[in-house]
Write a protein that binds this ligand. Sequence first.
Ligand code: KIV
Length: 261
Amino acid sequence: MKVTINTLQKKKNIEKITAITAYDALFGRIFDGEVDVILVGDSLAQSFCGFSDTLAIGIDEMIYHTKAVCRAVKQSFVVGDMSFGSYQNQREAIKNAVRFYKETNASAIKLEGGLNRVGIVKSIIDEGIAVMGHIGLMPQFARSEGGYKIKGKNELDAQRLMEEALALQEAGVFAIVLEGIKQEVATQITQMLKIPTIGIGSGVDCDGQILVWSDAFGFFKDFKPKFVRYYLDGEELLKKAIRSYTDDVKTKRFPSIDESY
Ligand code: KIV
């Protein structure tokens, strides 16, 4: 059955929400129905395009990848990430969010930002577009902040995060990603909100969890943040497979008679 905002919100305090990223139809098809939410995250800039941060990816690329995922996904709830620079002011934000809804089949968009983005979030929602918020460690701000910094480490920061979460809920987001937030602060935010929180590096008490698929399955091992758990050694498996294939080609074990016309 197709996951909707209603399905996700009803899970709060009852059942954990599961989420993972996907960037193409191939993996969208594999993950479809296995998780509640599939996020076409701008993390694809790093894990798939080799950039050092997420800033280089543009809205056209995000729409291209979201369209590919949507072609394959029938059950999970697809969220498309707004790229850096695509929602810097109200006019651009609405224009690009509308493009997302018109050109892809995504059920919602996600954008990073707290109090500084509440007005923009509200104006997108007023256009009839569902928005997922994202606060805490926001990778689009990592360059200007001089790195990936864990949030909520002191009382003032924790207070600000709670205000941001409440303001986004008030603006109408249906869920919020809490990234890189001290566990006790993420727990407090989760308990305080009516809408679900989806955590990444923010502890076990969030209403759900999300991981970048290439991290979770061991395909992106340049850097392993503390919160990543490897569920597969994908890189090693694939390397073994490619070596086995090239050996077979070189030794003429591939193709066999049965594999020839
Ligand atoms: O871009 C992304 O993959 C994300 C998740 C890590 C939440 O924003």
